[in-house]
Design a protein around this ligand. Structure first.
Ligand SMILES: *[C@@H]1O[C@H](CO)[C@@H](O)[C@H](O)[C@H]1NC(C)=O
Ligand SMILES: *[C@@H]1O[C@H](CO)[C@@H](O)[C@H](O)[C@H]1NC(C)=O
Ligand SMILES: *[C@@H]1O[C@H](CO)[C@@H](O)[C@H](O)[C@H]1NC(C)=O
Ligand SMILES: *[C@@H]1O[C@H](CO)[C@@H](O)[C@H](O)[C@H]1NC(C)=O
Ligand SMILES: *[C@@H]1O[C@H](CO)[C@@H](O)[C@H](O)[C@H]1NC(C)=O
Ligand SMILES: *[C@@H]1O[C@H](CO)[C@@H](O)[C@H](O)[C@H]1NC(C)=O
Ligand SMILES: *[C@@H]1O[C@H](CO)[C@@H](O)[C@H](O)[C@H]1NC(C)=O
Ligand SMILES: *[C@@H]1O[C@H](CO)[C@@H](O)[C@H](O)[C@H]1NC(C)=O
Length: 905
């Protein structure tokens, strides 16, 4: 028994027991028949180790490297942990059915995983293969195999070699030195190696050296490790090849015959040329050691990967190329192409890759001289040396999008991005995605490389903006932290991105007014004239542009709007001045977003009231922005039957005389004042309360110089009338005194000035209608106020009584005291008394010991005919107060009194 079988038996006991525990595979196991070989794929192993044993005659024989090469097996594992076991159909342990069907059974043992449990699987595959050429040569990774159609007698045997059936016919031995017929009983006795010197070995000696010689029903098989003392290297067409040349001697009694067998396989070094992008493999077309005549025909050339042929479509898709010239068969493979794999390496923070691929060439040729064909199959694993992969950063940023878009790579698939370091912080890939940086890996469809993309918005805080002269430069410093798995070898890539954006300057609007018009100038921004203009409430149409004298010169446009135009709003009316405003809005026509909003307010002089010497008065009421819902046509003068003689939605124009429409008169020493008011009449006033129509009140007044009977001025004030009377003179005299206390029995003497009071000391005032004996007349206080100096119209001014009522905002409110008859007071209705606490004007905090003057407007009412308003009694009804003023004062006397100074200590 040979040493091989000794080992086999030893293993047998162990193996058979384990097979009992056979389970459904937890990993993928598949097998394929690939012509004269088969392939078993196992994996991914996931950290397990794989032991392969071949099952032969119910025993499992573990395949050591030397057994594998001797008997027709090889194995490789890729970096993903997938194992591929290549098996020659003519392996020593196959069950061979007439050289047409070959069954090989393997036991696979997975061990060394973390679970500590071995897993045992059995895989058995039967491959049909009958298209044997006269000679078939296989160059596997660890052996050379040659088989030839046998003409040797069928009864010779090698003791150890399994022979299933013995039906071989005699045929011409391949390259037989002597073509003599052989009959039964021939035995292989001797092997002669030509190294090139002759070296003879017995069969058993050769097998001890790792060779295998044996026969099948129709073929003689010789297998040799790639490198043995008997192989030698020969240059063939510039390609180094390992050559084995033998003669096998068959003996039968005194007869002998021999078959010459040669094998030749290419050596990696010297066969392959590398450029940075391509692997080029040269195989001699005419492999001299295998071809005796120069007349031969190459019938077929096939290329494949991992033992499996590829069709032309697949080759093109993977960008492989095979060309045949006079001398070589040339295979070109792009580095990184599908079919191989790249492995990453890190040295000094530099990134390298190596690329591994196992192309196959399968040739079929025939020789003219003997018409015998040879099938020649080379499995040719190639791994490139470390190729530097300089960092490639592709900046795909389009500044208008305001996002940095960067692509890095290519990296092999064993590289993973761990984190990105920005000057201010380090973010993991997860953090980046949460932050919206959209980190993505992109696998290539035709290569084993991938790229990584990242997007960082300009608005993120890791981006630094810098303004300079109308341009904003955005910059981004980043360092990618990368890792090669499974070694956990870190490396990094630092890069800097910059993008510039021209700042967007919005259009500018400016303007001014003259006596009649608003003038508007619009300067285009960086985006040019691509906005819509709204003037007031209207969009600038070509019609409006024409109306407003629109002019444009490529960088600016201008237009003029008369202050009376409907696009102008009235903000306020003061005397004969109308305060108006023009709004101009520029919008982006697509988004309707406001680019610019511009408002300009101007005062225009306009005679709102005209007074003619013949007593005719005219008044123009304008609708103010604050009472936008007012309908001017409803306005009337005091007499509600006096409506406007002309009105539209913005104006009401009134014509009236001093004797009509409720106009009242006041006499001053040299002047006559006619007054009227424009407002909504009562019926509308009532509905106004419901409809929320705005309150509107415009006071109209004309001053006539009595001396000349010419109109000298006009005056309008909206909403509130102010007293205009001068110091009281004439028949009715009114006096104001300051009492010493609230008994109102003793008074400061009018000559006893200055009167000095402490702050917050009460001041007791009394106002008396003098020299009147008419008990039906009453005196009412309309307005009382304090000033700092003697001029009653001076500022500052503090109101004590307004329209007969205490000033509601006064912190020390006026207290009215009733007046009773006594020795001094004959007619209480001719008196009014009130109390106020001494105060100082806040405007003069530096100097609190300043003086005060107190002034009052008084009204003398006819008690028999109280027409309402103030004459109804001091602060009798706030609502009537306003109305009464309008209606009922024509024959009342307005008087004015003052007292002071009162000094504060
Ligand atoms: C087996 O292979 C298939 C496809 O190739 C894959 O989807 C599956 O995950 C693999 N199973 C195991 C256990 O690896
Ligand atoms: C196969 O094993 C049996 C015993 O199990 C043995 O008798 C037989 O000789 C073996 N065959 C070969 C070819 O080794
Ligand atoms: C992959 O295909 C692209 C075109 O689709 C080509 O530009 C590139 O060179 C190919 N890469 C490889 C490795 O074949
Ligand atoms: C970033 O990832 C790299 C791996 O490439 C690692 O070495 C480094 O420590 C990480 N930095 C931080 C701050 O986590
Ligand atoms: C356009 O008009 C503006 C304002 O009048 C002026 O400043 C500017 O120089 C003009 N531009 C051209 C090109 O005439
Ligand atoms: C008063 O004078 C004005 C202006 O002169 C005139 O328009 C108006 O008709 C006159 N009114 C009367 C009643 O004469
Ligand atoms: C009107 O006459 C009075 C008294 O005669 C006089 O004081 C006053 O100055 C005159 N006014 C004008 C405006 O002439
Ligand atoms: C206080 O005001 C009075 C009157 O206005 C003035 O005469 C006096 O000089 C002022 N004193 C101070 C300290 O300002």
């Amino acid at each position: 028994m040979s040493p091989l079988f000794g080992l086999g038996w030893l293993i047998l006991l162990l193996a058979v027991i384990n097979i009992e525990a056979q389970k459904k595979p937890a990993i993928n196991i598949s097998s394929k028949c690939l012509g004269n070989i088969m392939r078993v794929d196992v994996g991914p192993l996931g950290g397990n180790l794989l032991e392969v044993a071949v099952v032969f005659n119910n025993s499992a024989i573990p395949l050591t490297p030397s057994l594998a090469s001797q008997h027709g097996f090889s194995m490789k594992t890729d970096k993903l942990g997938n194992a591929m076991i290549y098996v020659s159909l003519l392996n020593s342990f196959a069950q061979n059915l007439e050289d047409k069907a070959f069954t090989t059974t393997l036991n696979l043992r997975l061990y060394g995983n973390r679970m500590g449990e071995d897993e045992l699987y059995q895989v058995s595959e039967t491959c049909q293969y009958a298209a044997w050429a006269s000679r078939e040569i296989i160059c596997d990774r660890n052996y050379m195999e040659v088989s030839v159609k046998r003409a040797a007698p069928d009864d010779y045997a090698l003791p150890e070699y399994p022979v299933n059936g013995a039906n071989s016919k005699f045929g011409d031995p391949r390259r037989a030195a002597e073509k003599q017929p052989m009959d039964t009983g021939f035995r292989i006795t001797t092997l002669v190696f030509f190294t090139p010197e002759e070296r003879m070995m017995t069969v058993s000696e050769a097998q001890r050296q790792g060779y295998r010689i044996g026969n099948t029903p129709s073929r003689l098989v010789l297998r040799s490790p790639k490198i043995t003392p008997e192989t030698y290297t020969q240059m063939v067409a510039g390609v180094p090849m390992t050559v084995l040349t033998t003669s096998t001697i068959f003996d039968k009694k005194w007869l002998a015959t021999q078959i010459d067998i040669a094998a030749s396989c290419p050596v990696l070094e010297g066969s392959v040329a590398l450029t940075p992008n391509t692997i080029t493999w040269y195989l001699p077309q005419h492999i001299d050691p295998l071809i005796s005549s120069s007349q031969f025909k190459l019938l077929e050339v096939h290329m494949g990967i991992d033992g499996q042929r590829l069709d032309a479509v697949e080759m093109a898709a993977r960008q492989y190329a095979v060309t045949v010239n006079d001398v070589h068969i040339i295979v070109e493979i792009p580095i990184g192409a599908v079919g191989g794999y790249s492995k990453s390496h890190v040295q000094d923070d530099q990134y390298f890759t190596s690329y591994t691929i196992e192309p196959m060439l399968e040739l079929l040729w025939t020789e003219d001289t003997n018409h015998e064909d040879t099938r020649y199959k080379v499995l040719f694993p190639i791994t490139t040396p470390l190729l530097p992969q300089p960092p490639q950063v592709v900046d795909n940023t389009l500044p208008e999008e305001q996002i940095f878009k960067v692509k890095i790579g290519p990296y092999a698939s064993d590289v993973t991005l761990v984190n990105i370091t920005f000057p201010s912080e380090v973010l993991s890939v997860g953090d980046c995605n949460v932050r919206g940086f959209n980190v993505q890996e992109h696998k290539s469809h035709n290569s084993s490389f991938k790229v990584i993309t990242l997007q960082v918005p300009f608005t993120d805080r890791v981006v630094l903006p810098m303004r300079r002269g109308g341009i904003t430069a955005y910059s981004l410093h980043l360092t990618f932290g990368l890792l090669v798995l499974p070694e956990f070898a870190p490396f990094s890539l630092t890069t800097y991105l910059e993008a510039e954006l021209v700042d967007i300057v919005p259009p500018q609007v400016s303007g001014y007014c003259d006596q009649a018009n608003f003038y508007v100038l619009v300067q285009y921004g960086t985006q040019g004239f691509n906005f819509q203009t709204t003037v007031g409430k209207q969009q600038m149409t070509s019609g409006l542009a024409q109306q407003y004298g629109f002019m444009e010169n490529g960088t600016h446009f201008s237009f003029a709007v008369p202050f009376t135009a409907p696009d102008v709003v009235f903000e306020a009316v003061e005397a004969s001045v109308i305060r108006t405003r023009l709004d101009v809005v520029l919008r982006n026509p697509e988004t309707n977003k406001r680019l610019k909003q511009f408002s300009m307010a101007c005062n225009f002089l306009s005679p709102l009231t005209e007074c003619f010497p013949n007593g005719t008065m005219t008044a123009l009421a304008v609708k103010l922005e604050s009472v936008a819902s007012l309908n001017p046509s409803r306005l009337t003068l005091r007499d509600p039957t006096c409506g406007p003689s002309y009105s539209d939605d913005r104006y009401a124009y009134f014509v009236f005389t001093g004797r009509s429409c409720g106009t009242t008169r006041k006499f001053l020493p040299s002047m006559m004042i006619y007054e009227n008011e424009i407002s909504l009449p009562d019926e509308f006033e009532a509905s106004r309360m419901k409809t929320e129509e705005p309150e509107y009140e415009l006071k109209v007044a004309c001053y006539y110089d009595i001396n000349t009977t010419h109109a000298v001025s006009f005056h309008t004030r909206p909403r509130r009338s102010e007293p205009y009377a001068e110091n009281a003179k004439g028949e009715l005299q009114v006096a104001m005194r300051l009492a010493l206390d609230d008994s109102y029995s003793a008074f400061h003497d009018a000559v006893e000035v200055p009167i000095v009071k402490y702050l917050q000391q009460p001041l007791h005032f009394e106002v008396e209608l003098m020299r009147s004996t008419n008990p039906k007349v009453s005196l009412e206080l309309q307005n009382c106020w304090a000033t700092l100096n003697k001029d009653r119209t001076s500022q500052p001014r503090w109101n004590l009584i307004i329209n007969g009522c205490v000033n509601p905002v006064d912190p020390y409110q006026v207290v009215f005291h009733p007046v009773w008859s006594d020795a001094r007071v004959q007619y209480p209705s001719h008196f009014k008394r009130f109390e106020v606490q001494m105060f100082a004007f806040a405007e003069d905090q530096e100097n609190l010991s300043s003086q005060l003057f107190v002034h009052c407007d008084v009204v003398v009412c006819d008690a028999t005919n109280p027409l309402g308003g103030i004459c109804n009694g001091q602060c009798s009804n706030a609502k009537n107060r306003i109305k009464g003023q309008r209606r009922a004062v024509s024959d009342q006397s307005f008087k004015h009194v003052s007292t002071g100074p009162i000094f504060i200590t």
